[in-house]
Design a protein around this ligand. Structure first.
Ligand SMILES: Nc1ncnc2c1ncn2[C@@H]1O[C@H](COP(=O)(O)OP(=O)(O)OP(=O)(O)O)[C@@H](O)[C@H]1O
Ligand code: SF4
Ligand SMILES: [Mg+2]
Length: 366
């Protein structure tokens, strides 16, 4: 086979869809009624890419990730499809899901202490993770592999560290150990749910660098769930913005930042601090996300949206292609072209706070 064919093949493999989620809905049947946590979500993850999922608290990010991992509690009711390389995971047995978790999919959660066993050394836990998927591996080979893994995630003195317990590691170290565990079996996909939220800012950057490095080295795809749009801009290839259990916008990272096409994304970007920002320029989106214990049949963002019109209060906009793989769920998405987040969002906020400087109605309801 010549080089050109090889390179076309590897490019095709890179772009292949590894994870395909179609119309995923997750409801929790609780004593207080039904919670509509994820309401019809469809997206793909391509081999080798880093896909970020952003959105406010309660928007369904973790529930989406947990459904891929088959880790939802018994009160959950899942419909739709989750296919990993064509294998339907929503119908897989628990035994099969155990093989998928840690084997084909590596996981990194916000708090490593809940995932690490406090009474086992880091080395014993790494070896156990490797043996779960490679039971016949010789102990010396497994130890060699652990040393390599800890070194690759930036843990110094790995021989000594392998013999230590999780409480002897700092928070950043523990998260590195989690990354090592997540990549121990050369997974196809890494799911990292707020992996650095519990860490201080400088350590966050180091851990995220290690995550990116580990992902590149293993060639795995990654889903990175985060509140931090700065992290998204730096690390992600593509972004999904979730709101009230739905995807309201998705695009390549450059497209999304250059020209957001949903008012909620604009609101998130408008609330970002900038280097020259003073407090007057920080405008968190007023109001709070809707209650998902009721089915929503309107645009879920309408009570907070500065561009809402009557239609938005009675119809739920579908996620629609707006060009070049960029999708948005908004009836007025075309009107956002050429407008900045501050023009769409903050000016209206200013209008609400400073009635003596009203925005012309045409600006809001054009
Ligand atoms: N086990 C459960 N039982 C009942 N409701 C649940 C359960 N897990 C999640 N929910 C609800 O589902 C919705 C989505 O939760 P999810 O954890 O996915 O939010 P999130 O986007 O990850 O938020 P955060 O950024 O705070 O982590 C929330 O309303 C939450 O209260
Ligand atoms: S559909 Fe209407 S309420 Fe929803 S985001 Fe678009 S303009 Fe705002
Ligand atoms: Mg979460």
């Amino acid at each position: 086979m010549d080089c050109a064919t090889l390179s076309i093949r590897s490019r095709a493999a890179e772009l292949a869809e590894l994870l395909e989620i179609n119309d995923l809905a997750v409801e929790f049947r609780t004593e207080d009624g039904t919670v509509y946590a994820v309401a019809g979500v469809s997206f793909q993850v391509r081999a080798g890419e880093m896909l970020a999922i952003v959105g406010e608290s309660g928007s369904g990010k973790s529930v989406t990730a947990l459904s891929v991992l088959g880790l939802l509690d018994r009160r959950s009711h899942v419909t739709g499809s989750i296919a990993l390389d064509g294998e339907e995971l929503t119908k897989a047995s628990e035994q099969r899901m155990q093989a998928v978790r840690g084997g084909r999919i590596g996981m990194i959660f916000q708090d490593p202490m809940t995932a690490l066993n406090p009474v086992m050394t880091i080395g014993a836990q790494l070896i156990e993770a490797i043996k779960l998927h490679e039971p016949k591996i010789a102990r010396t080979t497994a130890i060699e592999r652990c040393l390599g893994l800890l070194t690759s995630v930036g843990v110094a003195n790995p021989e000594q560290r392998l013999r230590q317990y999780p409480h002897e590691f700092s928070g950043g170290m523990r998260q590195r150990a989690m990354i090592a565990m997540a990549i121990a079996n050369d997974p196809d996909l890494i799911i990292a749910d707020e992996p650095t939220t519990a860490l201080d800012v400088t350590i966050q950057a180091q851990v995220l660098d290690q995550l990116r490095k580990a992902q590149r080295e293993t060639g795995a795809a990654a889903i990175l769930i985060t509140h931090d749009l700065g992290v998204v801009a730096e690390l992600a290839d593509r972004v999904i913005v979730m709101y009230a259990g739905r995807i309201v916008e998705t695009a390549g990272v450059r497209d999304l930042f250059a020209q957001p096409r949903h008012p909620y994304t604009m609101g998130l970007l408008a609330s970002l601090p900038t280097l020259d920002s003073d407090l007057d320029r920080l405008h968190p989106i007023p109001g709070s996300p809707p209650d998902v214990s009721q089915r929503i049949s309107a645009c879920p963002f309408h009570p907070r949206c500065p561009m809402a019109i009557d239609r938005c209060r009675t119809e739920d906009p579908a996620l629609t292609e707006v060009g070049g793989g960029h999708l948005a769920a908004c009836f007025r998405t075309e009107e956002l072209i050429g407008r900045t987040p501050e023009q769409v969002f903050v000016r209206t906020v200013v209008e609400a706070q400073e009635p003596d400087e009203p925005i012309p109605a045409a600006e809001v309801h054009r």
